[in-house]
Design a protein around this ligand. Structure first.
Ligand code: HEM
Length: 486
């Protein structure tokens, strides 16, 4: 005789399994769900086939002819939105302002859900406001920032000069420079070269480890107890500890007042001393990490893509140099020159469009039940925005697969109003570092072209096909920087 409790348990399990594959009423179209996995098996297979999750999801959206794709990844409801109207809705409506809270995100934030990028609610509002205000007070977005960037530009030029026309990998040089600027805002001083190299290597290795192990750890976090090494969990934890140690070291230096001047760490420590709620050392460490992760590779990748494009388009390089030479001569570039260098500016806008650095923006979490394009999106759903697709939408861009700076210039030769382009997002979660990123990219790019010709090695053109993980990056390449005789 089978005990009643066993039968009851069996019924409960069957109901749970049955419910887990039933889609909410009027949920957006997407693949069928199977117990436990949802449709993550389909997404994972397509990701391998297409080389990136972004492209895999685009293929699925096309297959289902939908601009709102409804998925379930493991136990998590995930919706991907396409088209400008839907994407703007997610960017700007309050219901979409949350960030998911899962094991993966906690691992990303050094174990707790703190910082800015992955916090939400009152903590996020207060900390974002504080960080933006404090960074401004130490010169972020002002002429002091421009000076800082110009100094970095000089270091980059010196570094290229040292190669004396031999091939060099610009990606490393640019990444180091961006990190120096970010670090100066956070910790008030340039970071020692060896430490900087160590930090950059750690951040890059950590981001690779997340790309490789993140999917598994997110969908089956329990596997870390059984295979801590194999699942990548121990490795990510070790890296978290190493990065934490570098940041902690600098916080300690500030506590002992060993750093001159004012910076973000000093401002934050003052709030901690006055026992302001939410201002803890853990929070400080996570914000530092947020700024380093969000700002370093993104900004240097834009510049690397810009230089890479010049290697393949000599005519564009000549046009840009002619404009710089005519308008600036040998005067060092400043951010205020951006409106005068029309073609150069249009070229950089095209770089932001053509190589969308964050092709799948978010993740956001719905804070209430809501609707997109008539489809029901339940509370607690993760929402992603396919901005990479919007930037190559043929309904918006003529010949979107072609690299054409001219599309941003009007008939009178002036820069058009920039519309339909969202490299930094929009709304209250818009990138707070966009001023720094745009100024850095413009000043350094113009500074390099003013002084150097950029060529490929022996006419061997590097691939334009990006590597697309959480962000888009160029494949490693080398270039020759030859000093111009002007
Ligand atoms: C070209 C370079 C950059 C690109 C393309 C970029 C892109 C973005 C995008 C698209 C978002 C919004 C994501 C969303 O809507 O959910 C974002 C957020 C963010 N970015 Fe940037 N970013 C860049 C540079 C920077 C820099 C230099 C910093 C630091 C100074 C920075 C710090 C942040 C932070 C902290 C957030 C989170 C904001 C929040 O959740 O409230 N970014 N970035």
């Amino acid at each position: 005789m089978i005990p009643l409790s066993f039968i009851l348990l069996l019924i409960i399990i069957i109901i749970v399994i049955f419910k887990s594959v039933i889609k909410p009423k009027n949920y957006p179209p997407g693949p069928k769900w199977i117990p436990y996995l949802g449709c993550s098996n389909v997404v994972n297979e397509l990701t391998i086939q297409h080389g990136s999750q972004w492209k895999a999801l685009s293929a699925l959206a096309k297959e289902f002819s939908t601009s709102v794709l409804g998925l379930k990844m493991g136990m998590e409801l995930v919706v991907v939105v396409y088209g400008e109207k839907n994407i703007r809705q997610v960017f700007t409506e309050k219901e979409f302002e949350g960030r998911p809270d899962n094991f993966f995100i906690r691992l990303r934030c050094l174990g707790k859900r703190l910082g800015i990028t992955f916090a939400d609610g009152p903590l996020w509002r207060e900390q974002r406001l504080f960080a933006v205000k404090q960074l401004r007070s130490v010169g972020f977005g002002k002429s002091k920032m421009e000076k800082e960037i110009q100094n970095e530009m000089m270091s980059i030029l010196k570094c290229f000069k040292r190669y004396r026309g031999k091939p060099c990998d610009p990606q490393n040089v640019l990444a180091t420079s961006v990190m120096n600027v970010l670090w100066t805002y956070i910790a008030g001083e340039r970071i020692e070269e060896k430490r900087l190299k160590y930090l950059l290597e750690l951040l890059s290795a950590r981001s690779k480890a997340f790309t490789i192990a993140g999917g598994l750890l997110n969908q089956a976090p329990w596997c870390r107890f059984i295979f801590p090494e194999l699942s990548g969990y121990s490795l990510i934890n070790r890296m978290n500890e190493q990065i934490s140690a570098v940041i902690e070291e600098h916080i300690e230096k500030h506590k002992k007042r060993l750093v001159a001047g004012s910076d973000f760490i000093y401002s934050f420590l003052e709030e901690m001393e006055s026992k302001r709620e939410g201002f803890t050392e853990e929070q400080l460490k996570t914000i530092c990490l947020d700024v380093l992760i969000a700002g370093s590779q993104t900004t240097s990748n834009v510049l690397s893509f810009a230089l890479l494009t010049l290697l393949r388009n000599r005519d564009i390089q000549d046009k840009i140099y002619k404009e710089i030479n005519q308008i600036l001569g040998t005067a060092p570039p400043t951010w205020s020159d951006v409106s005068r260098l029309v073609y150069t500016n249009a070229f950089l806008q095209e770089v932001y469009r053509y190589y969308t650095i964050v092709p799948l923006m978010g993740p956001r979490r719905t804070l209430a039940d809501t609707f997109i394009d008539g489809y029901f999106i339940p509370k607690e759903t993760t929402v992603l925005m396919a901005v990479g697709d919007l930037h190559i939408d043929p309904r918006i861009w003529c010949e979107p697969k072609k690299f054409k700076p001219e599309r941003f210039i009007d008939q009178r030769g002036a820069l058009k109003n920039i519309e339909h382009l969202y490299p930094f997002g929009l709304g209250r979660r818009r990138c707070p570092g966009d001023t720094l990123a745009k100024s850095f990219v413009f000043i350094v790019f113009v500074g390099i072209l003013q002084k150097f010709e950029v060529d490929s090695i022996d006419c061997k053109l590097p691939s334009l096909e990006p590597i697309i993980g959480l962000i888009s990056a160029p494949r490693p390449y080398s270039a020759v920087f030859t000093l111009r005789r002007n």
